[in-house]
Design a binder for this molecule. Sequence first.
Ligand code: C2O
Ligand code: CU
Length: 489
Amino acid sequence: MISRRAVLLGGAAAGAAGFAPSALGRMPLSRDTLPRSAPVRHLALAAAEMEVALLGPDKPKTKGFCAYNGTPFLTLRAPQGTRLMVDFDNRLPDYTTVHWHGVRVPYLSDGVSPLTQAAIPAGGRFTYDVPLPDPGFYFFHPHCDETGQVGRGLVGLIFVDDPAEAKLGFDLDHIIAVKDWRLDESGGWLPMFTDEGASTAGTFGTVRATNGQVVPPRVEAPAHGDVRLRVIVADSTRTIDFGCETDEAAIIAIDGQALPPLLLSKLPDEIWRMGPAMRIDVHVRMPGPGEEVKVYDYRTAEPYLLTTLVAVDKGRRKTPFKPKALPAARVPLPDMKRATRLEYLVQTAAGPTIIAPALPADDPLAKALIESACVGSKAFWAINRNSWGAGADLRLPPPLQILKDGESYILSITNVTKHVHPMHLHGHVFRVLSSSKKTGIPPYLADTVMTEPNETVEIAFRANSGDWVFHCHILEHMDSGLMGWFRVV
Ligand code: C2O
Ligand code: CU
């Protein structure tokens, strides 16, 4: 492994040599998604290493676990319409940034080094302006050495509450965070990035866990009551096939955005496939006293038990199951009549990257590039033949496209590789229009969409000004080239 410092120094030279007059046009403006009068909450957020028992209670502890505010899966909750002003303090020994996944933040708070900010060095600070315009389930994580830092635990969750949801009367709101640990028997970390994994399906953890625990949690809920599960794949690599051992379960939100309830039992194979970063909210009706609902990942040969819901008698009577619909999502929607169609291939990297029309030296990007080096060591993947910078080549690829603020676009994404790629677009909530393989699923809103080998997926969105990356959320894929960006002006 090349040390980050060596990459950094090499990068300064490579970066400086790469700059030439730009064809990229002006820098985008940073648009706010909440009025300046929105209520503000100040939050002190620190990332640091700690020691945790990951293998189980009587097993050796693991050093170098990474967490926000000393809490694994730190969970933030705020009402819709709040602005978080986050005073972030990097107490890790490495560069980092914070990305607010799925939240429509101004792009200067998007946390992507070197595109929207320079990486924050050890001991450094940065203030993030995080408006929360949309109710739902989001999360935050670093966008610098993501494979390593997320792999060692650095993930936080955000719930943005809509007061109207209280009326739905759920008895329990319960999180299922799927995240494995890559440890040896003495609790030490194994390498998170391997060439073997990065160039195929990714490097998997050695120990499966739910909410950080290796023993699948058992959770009590009122018999005949209503549970809202908040499911997230927070793993760097793993894709799950989420399913419940009951017919009385429905998906009511995807990536935090409400949709007309989709009964799990009506979906193909009665599962919902979720790659890294994907979330769903599921309404589960509890059975009678003493009975259980088991929640599984059916993707592995032997189904993996994620969580058991145990029904306890609270005097409820049985009523017919009717999935609860959340208030409709309010994100900007694309204008399908005027949308421009763009086509992208997700592919393996073949030969050298096409090099950018480079940026002018006074562009903030040029400076940021020289100051930080959040890149992986190799490029195995590409989008339309461009790989994100890797190794000593820190130059950004050219933008996939320069888009117009407020205009609508359809991206047709074809996966021509042998592996699944959950594709995430920053700064937008898009509509998943269609898939060449999965039929019968009505269009829905999301920020990350699964693409299977030989599948074409179409998504549509209304472009919001900024520089926004578009990448695979299998973190080793992203760290080995599977990332591009759009400039919206
Ligand atoms: Cu979850 Cu580029 O991010
Ligand atoms: Cu991928």
